[in-house]
Design a protein around this ligand. Sequence first.
Ligand code: NAP
Length: 337
Amino acid sequence: MKSVIRTAAGGPEVLKLVERPVPEPGPGEVRGRMHVSGVNPTDWRSRRRPLPSEMSEQVPHQDGAGVIDAVGPQVDPARAGQRVWIWEAAWERPWGTAQQYTLVPDQQAVALPDHAPFELGAALGIPALTAHRALTVHDGGPGRIAPGTLGGTTVLVAGGAGVVGNAAIQLARWAGARVITTVSSPAKAALAHAAGAHRVVDYRTQDAAAEILAFAPEGVDIFVEVAPGANAALDVAVAARGAVVAYYSGGEGEQLSVPVLSSLPANLRWQSVFIYTVRPAAKQQAVCDVAAAVSAGALRVGEEAGLPLHRFPLERTADAHAALEQGVVGKVLLDIP
Ligand SMILES: NC(=O)c1ccc[n+]([C@@H]2O[C@H](COP(=O)([O-])OP(=O)(O)OC[C@H]3O[C@@H](n4cnc5c(N)ncnc54)[C@H](OP(=O)(O)O)[C@@H]3O)[C@@H](O)[C@H]2O)c1
């Protein structure tokens, strides 16, 4: 089978297309015949780091979609033939999704309904699970995303044209929240509107705090924050009482500096989100809710959903990484032959 591997740390050029034997699933594993592999920033960031000491090579990419074609011992044989989306395939394992067949633990291959295309399935994992986590860490919230669970809640998604931002807007809307988002250009504003945001604020040209409070005078309850260092003062200025800033990203060396006195009255909570190490029960809840959102047609991809797709063939995985690293707007996918 065709696999993309890396044996060293470095730029996109360390990714090599090679032939490898089709692997056999072990106990508790399924084998997925991959159709689409999803590429995330975590994939190029980890490519720049050394391999874990126990691995001599690794196939990149956490997310993907395909069809289960074999199951190992202790797995329901009826799963063979099931369309699935796959999450965290390459987390502490050598088997990513940038290859024709991959192995994952049974629970990391989730049924994908017939109406959901593989390109949607491959775009779910990291972005949708991260967005779910950020939207469910509110103190006293139901911890679930489903119709009505965020009713009466105001959500601010920083960077609504980003991939995680797009998933957060769609999930928050499905859950009944009022959704505000910030962007940096008219083109990104159009994407955030297409994703379903009620109010889009251009943080470069508008007074973001004034615009947000004009739309939501009682303030923001949940922040899905991509740039906590840059946005801390804005978040404090528009926070409702009991709000949570769920931050999932930050630049190299970025520091979070919080105005203490002005954030005290809100009982404001700063909550980091790192999807790989979220406790298993919460992660499983996220998987379950995201699967339900897909079944309900509440999560979509493509320009019309605010998430342009950029597709590359497997042999151009290095170009896909380079595009993402250079800041392409939208979702980068690999088509697996
Ligand atoms: N912790 C986790 O578990 C986790 C999970 C997923 C992703 N991540 C990380 O999260 C980051 C985003 O991932 P992604 O896939 O969504 O990337 P992306 O598609 O490139 O989106 C990033 C977005 O952030 C926006 N942004 C940057 N600075 C901003 C600011 N000051 N205010 C508002 N928006 C701002 C960007 O737009 P403008 O520059 O135009 O504003 C862009 O739309 C990456 O660094 C990724 O590694 C972490």
